[in-house]
Design a protein around this ligand. Structure first.
Ligand code: HEM
Length: 325
């Protein structure tokens, strides 16, 4: 009797470990962890090597690339539509208000990586996958966890309207209820919301907001994470516990009873934060992805390929609440 139950236990625990691992790295249909193994085996090393160089010059670019991935995935899915220039059908997604503060350098870095990768492998890797890998490397190269990114995304043929962009990116004035409601529509749990809440790595800095921004139309900037603006760590949650969150969307996470415990648990346990962050990031990186024969592999990240250009148009207005950044 003893032996079978021990082996049963062993079996169970092996399954638990395997299942947890599987869950952690689960790829949605059409995406896989070894998608480019034969078509572009050097992809990940090309991206990481080049980003190391970029970040040596300016680690702030890591924050810009991570945010670009978020803004891509939340609006119409991770299809690199945020990179597209505007067209006769309307102004670009990039020119919608929440995207105006994306760093111009992030767009340059993605197309530079695209050029390097396509030079080596041909036009086989999508801009959307390059953004997802760059976001992962931004986290890792600034001190955060490393993780495997499911790949195989295709690039979108159209971009979202301004209204749809506003409706899908929560405003910094959102309270926790608004954030939880908005992110629940994309299947994010309360823990995902706290883990994804502004993993800010860098900002040009000042600590005294009143001195820095004396008037409402002041153009000065402040860091969002006063303790460790240049590294990816759990200090943002310590900021919140000390009531030093910058936006309502940040500070209210510590005020609201649904999220306060999660903030505290991340503030005291960085390993737990990293684990939950990775799982939420992998979820985010697979939002409404195009795979298989959908979309295309763009030859230039900011324009639809000429053989598909006739199909390209602005996606119709999305229903939903509006938000303002
Ligand atoms: C949940 C709702 C979120 C809100 C309301 C929000 C809002 C904001 C705002 C207002 C800024 C400052 C932009 C500026 O004027 O420079 C910002 C910066 C940033 N956000 Fe978020 N964000 C959210 C979620 C996320 C997520 C999910 C990520 C990534 C996983 C992210 C990553 C970043 C990064 C890295 C920056 C700094 C960008 C830079 O320095 O260039 N944010 N966010």
């Amino acid at each position: 009797m003893v032996l079978p139950s021990i082996s049963l236990l062993l079996l169970l625990s092996t399954c638990l470990i395997m299942c947890t691992y599987f869950n952690f790295t689960r790829a949605q249909g059409g995406l896989s962890l070894n998608f480019y193994d034969s078509s572009c085996p050097k992809l990940e090393s090309i991206v990481r090597k080049q980003l190391k160089k970029e970040f040596k010059n300016d680690i702030g670019q890591a924050a810009g690339l991570l945010r670009l991935h978020f803004h891509d995935c939340f609006v119409q899915g991770c299809d690199a539509s945020v990179l597209l220039d505007g067209s006769a059908s309307g102004p670009s997604e990039r020119s919608a208000p929440p995207n105006l503060s994306l760093r111009a350098e992030a767009f340059r870095i993605i197309d530079d990586l695209r050029r390097r990768v396509h030079n080596k492998c041909g036009r086989v890797v999508s801009c959307a996958d390059i953004i997802a890998l760059s976001a992962r490397d931004s986290v890792f190269l600034s001190g955060g966890p490393d993780y495997a990114v499911p790949l195989g995304r295709r690039d979108g043929l159209n971009f979202a309207t301004t209204n749809s962009t506003l409706a899908n990116l929560p405003a910094p004035s959102s309270n926790t209820t608004a954030l939880l409601t908005s992110l629940a529509t994309k299947n994010f749990t309360t823990t995902d919301v706290v883990a994804l809440s502004d993993p800010i790595m860098d900002k040009t800095l000042a600590t005294n907001l009143k001195t820095t921004c004396p008037t409402a139309n002041s153009n000065n900037t402040v860091v969002l994470d006063i303790r460790s603006p240049n590294s990816f760590d759990n200090k943002y949650y310590v900021d919140l516990m000390n009531r030093q969150g910058l936006f309502t969307s940040d500070q209210d996470l510590y005020t609201d009873s649904r999220t306060r415990g999660i903030v505290t648990s991340f503030a005291v346990n960085q390993t737990l934060f990293f684990e939950k962050f990775v799982s939420a990031m992998i979820k985010m990186s697979q939002l409404s992805v195009l795979t298989g024969r959908e979309g295309e592999i763009r030859a230039n990240c900011s324009v639809v390929n000429s053989d598909n250009v006739l199909l390209s148009s602005v996606v119709g207005e999305e229903q939903g609440t509006s938000s303002a950044f």
